[in-house]
Ligand binder design. Structure first.
Ligand SMILES: Nc1nc2c(c(=O)[nH]1)N[C@@H](CNc1ccc(C(=O)N[C@@H](CCC(=O)N[C@@H](CCC(=O)N[C@@H](CCC(=O)O)C(=O)O)C(=O)O)C(=O)O)cc1)CN2
Ligand SMILES: [Zn+2]
Length: 773
């Protein structure tokens, strides 16, 4: 039987975030396109050569992207909405980035107001399955025509070939592409556009085959979702057509992030040469898939986890692979998914606790694990005896380490009672108490928390961590930034202020750094979207809060103003979701530990006189299992954890929450059950579509539907935001509505934020005037 090795995708950001630097420099007009393209080519080369050196048989190409692989697919098939100007053929860089980020400048008049905003908004962006990666949602017309518009997969294949690297190009498959797309006017189902799309896939696959590709990896992660009959039929049509039209080319139908489940029959009967399954997310599907696979179907086995950073237990994995020994079609050892979701190289982490470090593996280590496993299978355990011994030792050490167990935390978590998740009174009663305490106007204005993380702010933090600034100097700097932000919010007339989050590197990492049971990396960056990356902290043991985390900053900010200052926390589900989580304890239990830590913080903020506390849960939707059958169980513990964090306070303390980047229609009942007094929620890119869900569910509490898309440099004018608010009040009771941006403003520049928020306050003013009775 043949045993080969593969990778499905390598992180493209570079060991030192070279891609980020090159992109941001190009966008700022500081360097030419040629410099960006040269950096990109260099990163591809580095990654290919690294994978070649590790001895992988199948090395991916076209896994690189300047911004996003879904956007690349839209460019490839010519799905370019008409609002974007097309200068000619192809997709020039500026068109590509306009789709990614929006474009355009606004004119500022003498009063500081924005007028005649030109330019175009970005495409919508949303979460890629259950990850913290965001893709650009394809926006299709109901009569969308497709045509091959770029040649990127071919170019990248040839580029690798010129470096003597044979690669396996990666494409997102047509069914997944369409299922993740939106038809703009809603007058057609995306899948109905398949007949026009499929010939473009045929064309690019023929070109790849013509250029010498023997395999193409075609990603269809939609196969791990609940599929409609139409989607199932589409899979048959697509893969029968491709087999017929491009007969010489071997397709690896690639699934990840979950089990094929009821689609296992469908997937294993499609006329493709290979099938990749995720045996980390769903180890139980090994036997099922083996039982169903045609004898000549190559099985690609995702046994090295592409979604976490724990070192592979090589002995256990080898044992789990025994059952495939007689599979005639051969097997491929591979990571479970693209390695896009893990950091590049553990070797850069020289400051990590050596014991904990010995438990970890990043992308570079993971491809080595793939190669080792294949050697162990082919040549027997003796061939990798030393590596096996090291792996066994790490596994045992991790199981037994004193570092991970904290008796007090375990006891407290077991002691959680249902009453601890209940506010003292129902919302109607709390609302009266809060109105009395806060005395806010109709359509109160607020922001989501962060203000621009300018290069000055980052530099100060970096100087502090290098010892160039003392603690006192750094604190003084942060106090000045906070005070400026508070004064400015007062000046423009925001009702509920925020301190600006200048002291935070990231909304999860900041808390992780102060909680026990966590470690962090220095270079462990993972792409979140475009040039924005995160460094997920690592939960290795029981989590607890040694001391207050935010009370000092919130109290300081409140001391500067008479207006209410919102305390700002990240919720337990989001902290869990955006960390790398230990795999030796149920996620629900880890989440409960975090919830108790946040609960203590909420209570301490209240004691310090903070009357409004926002507990952000932007990731609650992303954590939703991919299969509906598992939703209730997840939502039960996720909502319970939020409530556990929130419910320690008195009626007159107003609890806010915030959500973004996702479709919330599906979980609206759970959002209601969280029972936050106010929720702010991203809606502007989807033009308030989301509110329908709140209306049909009769959401009882207060809502701030975002009126300003903070992902784009574009500055919305007051009329545009007032229009969105009119839409909102047509759906909701006017006294339910708050006025705020879609999300925090940390990624924007003050030059954009200032006019936009001035306009937002003006929009709230218009609403107040038109609703005055
Ligand atoms: N974890 C997480 N997930 C999330 C979000 C989020 O905020 N956090 N938001 C949503 C969207 N995703 C986002 C993800 C990242 C960023 C973002 O702004 N990331 C920053 C990094 C944030 C950070 O950790 N900053 C650190 C480190 C900054 C840094 O690079 N410092 C330099 C030095 C800088 C200097 O000397 O000038 C260095 O270390 O080399 C800090 O401020 O301290 C970036 O890519 O630029 C925004 C949104 C969904 N998922
Ligand atoms: Zn947000």
């Amino acid at each position: 039987m043949s045993i080969t090795t593969a990778n499905l995708g390598f992180p493209r950001i570079g060991r030192r975030r070279e891609l980020k630097a090159a992109l941001e420099s190009y966008w700022a007009g500081k360097s030419p396109a040629a410099a960006l393209l040269a950096t990109a080519a260099n990163l591809r080369k580095e990654n290919w050569l690294l994978q070649q050196k590790s001895g992988l048989d199948h090395i991916p190409s076209n896994d690189f992207s300047l911004y996003d692989q879904m956007l690349d697919m839209s460019a490839l098939v010519g799905a370019i909405p008409t609002i974007y100007e097309r200068p000619g053929s192809g997709v020039p860089l500026d068109l590509y980035f306009a789709m990614a980020r929006g474009s355009g400048e606004a004119r500022t008049c003498a009063h500081g107001h924005q007028h005649e905003t030109t330019g175009v908004p970005a495409l919508e962006m949303t979460k890629w399955f259950d990850t913290n990666y965001h893709y650009m949602v394809p926006e299709l017309a109901s009569d969308q025509a497709f045509e091959l518009t770029t040649t990127k997969p071919l170019d990248d294949f040839l580029e690798a070939k010129a470096l003597s690297v044979e690669t396996r190009p990666v494409l997102i498959g047509p069914v997944t592409y369409l299922l993740l797309a939106k038809v703009k006017d809603g007058r057609a189902e995306p899948l109905s556009l398949l007949p026009g799309l499929l010939p473009v896939y045929v064309e690019i696959l023929r070109k790849l085959a013509g250029a010498g590709a023997s395999w193409v990896q075609i990603d269809e992660p939609a196969l791990v979702l609940d599929l409609s009959p139409a989607a199932k039929a589409a899979f048959k049509t697509v893969y029968e057509t491709l087999a017929r039209e491009v007969p010489g080319l071997k397709l690896l139908l690639t699934t990840y992030f979950g089990a094929l489940g009821d689609n296992a029959d469908l997937a294993s009967k499609l006329p493709v040469a290979g099938l990749h399954v995720d045996l980390c997310a769903a180890p139980e599907q090994a036997d099922i898939v083996l039982g169903k696979a045609r004898s000549d179907l190559t099985l690609s086995l995702g046994v090295v986890n592409g979604r976490n950073i724990w070192r592979n237990d090589l002995s256990a994995t080898l044992r789990s692979l025994d059952r495939f020994a007689d599979h005639a079609g051969g097997i491929v050892i591979a990571p479970s998914s693209s390695l896009l979701h893990v950091p590049v190289d553990l070797a850069l982490e020289t400051d990590l606790d050596p014991e904990i470090r010995s438990w970890l593996a990043f992308a570079t280590q993971k491809i080595e694990e793939v190669a080792l496993l294949a050697r162990g299978l082919k040549d027997g355990a003796v061939a990798i005896a030393a590596e096996l011994a090291r792996s066994d030792e790490a596994a045992q050490d991790r199981r037994e380490s004193a570092k991970i167990h904290d008796k007090a935390v375990q006891l407290r978590t077991r002691g959680v009672r249902h009453e601890m998740t209940l506010r003292r009174s129902p919302f109607a009663t709390r609302r009266v108490a809060q109105d009395k305490r806060l005395g806010l106007p109709a359509f109160p204005t607020t922001t989501i928390g962060s203000f621009p993380q300018t290069s000055d702010v980052r530099k100060a933090r970096s100087d502090f961590s290098k010892g160039v600034l003392t603690q006192a100097e750094y604190d003084a700097f942060l106090r000045r930034e906070t005070e400026k932000a508070v004064r400015w919010q007062e000046e423009i007339g925001i009702d509920v202020l925020v301190h600006g989050e200048f002291e935070r590197n990231d909304m999860v990492q900041y808390f992780g750094e102060q909680l026990s049971g966590y470690v962090f990396t220095k270079h462990g960056w993972v792409q979140s979207y475009g040039s924005r990356y995160v460094r997920p902290p690592v939960i290795f043991g029981d989590v607890s809060r040694p001391k207050p985390m935010t009370v000092q900053w919130s109290s300081y900010a409140q001391s500067l103003t008479e207006r209410p200052m919102k305390g700002m926390l990240t919720g337990p589900v989001t902290i869990l979701q955006w960390s790398f989580v230990r795999d030796d304890l149920a996620r629900a239990d880890v989440c409960r530990q975090i919830a108790l830590a946040i609960r203590d913080e909420v209570v301490d903020l209240e004691k310090a006189g903070i009357g409004i506390i926002q507990i952000d849960e932007p990731a609650i939707r992303e954590g939703l299992p991919l299969r509906r059958a598992e939703w209730t169980a997840y939502l039960n513990w996720a909502v319970e954890c939020f409530r556990l964090a929130a419910a320690g306070v008195a009626d007159e303390t107003q609890i806010h929450t915030h959500m973004c980047y996702s479709e919330f229609n599906d979980i609206i009942a759970a959002i209601g059950a969280m029972d936050a007094d106010v929720i702010s929620i991203e809606t502007s890119r989807s033009k308030m579509e989301l509110l329908d869900a709140f209306v049909s569910y009769r959401y009882p509490n207060e809502i701030g539907p975002g009126v300003y898309d903070i992902h784009s440099p574009r500055v919305p004018d007051a009329a545009e935001m007032a229009d969105l608010l009119d839409k909102a009040t047509a759906h909701l009771a006017p006294d339910q509505v708050w006025v705020n941006p879609d999300c925090g403003l940390k990624t924007r520049r003050w030059e954009e934020v200032k006019p936009a928020l001035v306009n937002m306050v003006a929009a709230a003013g218009r609403l107040r005037a038109s609703h005055r009775t």
